[in-house]
Write a protein that binds this ligand. Structure first.
Ligand SMILES: C[S@@+](CC[C@H](N)C(=O)[O-])C[C@H]1O[C@@H](n2cnc3c(N)ncnc32)[C@H](O)[C@@H]1O
Length: 377
């Protein structure tokens, strides 16, 4: 079944809205609208970062955090569409995927919403930034599940160079066109190049050396060196982006190679994810798992809980799950997630436990929460 969260602001003509702001309505499509068989769900596999092709420019918008002054960038959807339109070797399935991203929030088992940035991912970044101490956020092996634009995982990469952060999204195309470009945009940018007054002192941008690429803030600098003959997204779309990163053909392999030293990426279904990872030894498991807006579907929640059980290090691993208390019409939410955690033991008869560490208080909006998950051993 496909469904749509009608998040968009009717006053906005920007299809690549910065952020989905809350469920206002959901229209359920009929089964026949989506040709999808449950058994076709994508098997998990590792994504080959170094084999991917980077575009020569990335257009990005700044992400606005409501409660902290911290700048992150996310690639615009218009730029993704532009890259796909330019590719000669386009795989047939990629066009519908990106069209879907503009037209619907998700289609179960086909496109699971990763092209957009969902609001609980901002909650999670703000929570880590304001409520967690440095020792909890350094020297960690981290996994972001259902990453999409991946702001929480990228925040942890930016936070300290000692962190290794792996990313998983259902859709391979989301990793290629959104997750990895966003990692590059945020870990390449040097403090002097981003808006300096927003920079948090002491936060290092430890991704890639500044000379690997050139990020231009559209508000701050003349693009004198820009080749006017170079094909680009239409002017209006390009001008509306906050920043642009130029990547030459010779720089691209170096960028991807450095990125893959700190991150691995996986795509596909949670049910088969553990098999795609080499994690049989507890020491290889994750110190920290972060995930946002991934509990919306009741039928997917057991798979998500299974991944947490199989990949969170014992006994001290910690996971943070950000989501809405309830997702109307689809049966998921924080409450069914908690019920599943309560009911599930792993092979060694160990259980996970949860504790609410953040919740919103607005009366007329759906409540958003963050759960802290630890082993009950
Ligand atoms: C609504 S998006 C949220 C994206 C991002 N975390 C955010 O908050 O902006 C849900 C994400 O969960 C992942 N997902 C949902 N169901 C899944 C499943 N059954 N197996 C694997 N991944 C799934 C998809 O990768 C998708 O990107």
């Amino acid at each position: 079944m496909a469904f749509r969260f009608n998040f968009s602001n009717p006053d906005s003509d920007n299809e690549d809205e910065q952020l989905d702001t809350g469920i206002q309505a959901i229209s359920l499509k009929t089964e026949s609208e989506v040709e999808h068989v449950e058994s076709d769900r994508m098997q998990a596999a590792k994504f080959d970062i170094e084999a991917m092709k980077l575009p020569d420019t990335l257009q990005a918008d700044r992400v606005t955090m409501s409660s902290i002054a911290y700048t992150m960038y996310k690639r615009t959807l218009a730029d993704v569409k532009f890259q796909i339109a330019r590719q000669d070797d386009l795989e047939a399935e990629q066009t519908p995927m990106i069209e879907m991203a503009g037209n619907t929030d998700l289609i179960k088992g086909i496109y699971e919403g990763g092209f957009k940035t969902w609001e609980c991912s901002i909650d999670l970044v703000e929570f880590m930034h304001t409520k967690m101490d440095d020792s909890s956020l350094t020297n960690k092996k981290v996994l972001e599940l259902g990453c999409g634009s991946a702001l929480p995982g990228i925040y942890l990469l930016m936070r300290h160079e000692s962190n290794q952060v792996d990313f998983q999204d259902y859709n391979e195309q989301v990793l290629q066109y959104i997750t990895i470009p966003n990692i590059i945009l945020n870990t390449v940018v040097a403090p002097s190049e981003a808006s300096a007054e927003d920079e948090e002192p002491g936060i290092e941008h430890n991704g890639l050396p500044q000379d690997n690429a050139n990020i231009l803030d559209h508000d701050g600098q003349d693009d004198e060196d820009e080749d006017e003959d170079e094909p680009h997204a239409d002017e209006e779309e390009m001008d509306s982006a906050d920043a642009e990163l130029e990547i030459s053909e010779t720089q691209a392999p170096d960028i991807l190679s450095k990125l893959s030293q700190r991150s691995q990426c996986y795509f596909g279904e949670w049910q088969s994810l553990t098999n795609a990872m080499n994690l049989s030894d507890n020491l290889n498991k994750y110190d920290m798992i972060v995930t946002s807006e991934t509990v919306y579907s009741e039928e997917s929640i057991p798979g998500l809980v299974k991944v947490l059980q199989n990949t969170l290090k014992k006994p001290d691993g910690v996971a943070y799950v950000a989501g809405k208390t309830v997702y109307f019409g689809v049966g998921g939410g924080i409450l069914p997630f908690c019920a599943c955690v309560d009911a599930t033991k792993d092979k060694e008869n160990h259980k996970l436990k949860y504790q609410s560490v953040f919740e919103t208080s607005g009366k007329n909006t759906v409540k958003r929460e963050i759960l802290k998950i630890t082993w009950d051993i």
